[in-house]
Design a protein around this ligand. Structure first.
Ligand code: ADP
Length: 470
């Protein structure tokens, strides 16, 4: 009884808690039955009309309260798992990303508060106009973003998610800010696209500061490391210093650690330059077979101490005589750094057998350089991570071979800047092949580039002669 009175009180006072939902319904049913019974008895015996009115009022109140309760509680429990995000403007307005929804014609149908704060366009100015008038995307060198690269266009065409991690956006006041953009179709019949974008200026500033620090630290460390290495070399030189066998052993170990440190700082410096995009790229026409052949020659002394043969396949197979030159237009120093790194690794991770460097062409417009070895190979699960910063395969074989885990990362960064592709294939215990793919140019284009370069060189020379005479 106390239980029922408590529930009745709750119904009247609307204090019903959600976990008593079923008890409430039960109570409601019981009360309705009691009232119906009372009604029936009353209709037989003539009871005063005031009691009849009071009973009706109680019954009506109960029904109204129960209905109000159901109306308030039902949506909470049955719809909260899948809220309708798109109709919830307040939710989209509270996001820290700029959000737009465009219709199938590209007209803006929704524009949140953050989109206004980033672009400077007020929602009432932006609504119903084409998104490209508000989201004015520009490439890193500040030319308008080609339509084929616009993530919104790509998403409209492919009906899939498309993103750009960094692109410039020109705001209402013509300020240029870097943003990350993602466009995704709303999967219903509306053909609408949801565009989310974020101002990444602060992230880039932070990244730049970190790179500056790494670059300065690496640069400053190189001189003391070279000095330490020099002195250790002098200590090991029997003509200069007399040391016992134990000291010699310690110094050899110290020298190897210092060399490792030197290598680490050298790589860090190159990486910070590559990440900062401050590498100067001096493109030149390169005859790949001549160029890579010379790099291979430079490695011959290094393999003399190992039971390895270094084969440069194009010359070994004499394909040079049969095939035309494979020409590319790229930066010699950067490409040399990448190929040297790959050959160095192939030698380092191969105990015996052959390291083969080859050059092939693909579809007549791509040149492919491959460095294969018959070494320890790479487990399949490590292959996707090889080009990540500081990644080293960790097994009993690699643990004994020194390294920084930065070489392949640097290769990837450089090849990205040269607009090429780098990847690896490997079989554990059998060997690995690393591939680099770059655009090829034909003889006609190469001649034109060379002629242009000669004209420019002549113009610079005559300008400096003029300057010297005046
Ligand atoms: P590291 O200085 O450790 O050699 P890299 O970035 O050059 O750094 O290479 C990353 C890892 O990839 C290496 O630690 C090694 O485990 C693996 N690796 C690279 N090249 C080869 C190869 N030719 N054969 C086997 N493993 C390789």
């Amino acid at each position: 009884m106390i239980f029922k009175i408590h529930l009745i009180y709750e119904i009247f006072s609307m204090k019903t808690s959600t976990n008593q939902y079923s008890q409430l319904l039960l109570c409601l049913l019981l009360l309705s039955a009691v009232i119906c019974l009372g009604w029936y008895i009353l209709s037989i015996k003539a009871i005063p009309w005031q009691i009849l009115v009071a009973q009706s009022l109680i019954a009506t109140t109960l029904i109204v309260r129960a209905w109000l309760f159901l109306r308030a509680e039902y949506p909470k429990h049955h719809h909260s798992a899948q809220p309708d995000f798109l109709s919830s403007n307040s939710l989209l307005n509270s996001l820290s990303d700029g959000v737009l929804v465009i219709d199938k014609n590209g007209k803006i149908k929704f524009f949140n508060q953050q989109a206004f704060l980033i672009t400077g366009y007020k929602p009432d100015e932006a609504l119903d106009i084409h998104y490209s008038s508000v989201l004015r995307f520009f490439t890193k060198d500040n030319s308008p973003l080609p339509t084929a690269e616009d993530p919104v266009v790509i998403s409209q065409q492919t009906y899939d998610v498309s993103r750009l991690d960094m692109i410039n956006l020109r705001t209402y006041s013509d300020k240029v800010i870097p943003v990350a953009v993602q466009a995704a179709p709303i999967k219903d019949d509306s053909n609408e696209i949801l565009i989310a974008f974020r101002d990444i200026s602060r992230e880039l500033d932070r990244e730049r500061e970190q790179l500056e620090f790494i670059s300065t630290a690496s640069h400053e460390m190189r001189t003391p490391i070279a000095t330490i290495n020099g002195y250790l070399g002098l200590a090991l030189n029997p003509k200069i210093s007399q040391i016992d066998a134990k000291a010699r052993d310690y110094i050899i170990k110290a020298q190897s650690a210092v060399e490792h440190l030197g290598e680490l700082f050298k790589n860090l410096l190159s990486i910070s330059k590559a990440e900062d995009k401050s590498i100067t790229i001096n493109n030149q026409v390169i005859d790949l077979i001549d160029f890579i052949g010379k790099i291979c020659d430079d490695f011959q002394p290094q393999i003399a101490s190992k039971d390895i043969k270094l084969v440069f396949a194009p010359l070994a197979n004499r394909t040079r005589v049969l095939n035309p030159a494979i020409l590319i237009y790229t930066d010699k120093d950067l490409l040399r750094e990448v190929i040297s790194n790959l050959i160095e690794n192939a030698i380092k991770y191969t105990n015996q057998g052959t390291v083969t460097v080859n050059i092939t062409t693909k579809d007549n417009n791509m040149a492919q350089i491959s460095v294969s070895d018959t070494g320890i190979g790479i487990p399949p699960e490590d292959i996707p991570h090889l080009f990540q910063k500081f990644y080293r395969v960790d097994n009993s074989q690699t643990r004994e071979i020194g390294g920084t885990g930065l070489g392949l990362y640097l290769c990837r960064k450089i090849i990205e800047q040269l607009h090429g592709r780098i990847w690896a294939e490997s079989k554990l215990g059998k060997g690995s092949t690393f591939f680099v793919e770059l655009s090829r140019i034909d003889q006609f284009k190469a001649t034109k580039i060379k002629a242009h370069e000669q004209r420019q060189q002549a113009a610079t020379q005559s300008a400096s002669v003029d300057a010297a005479n005046s």
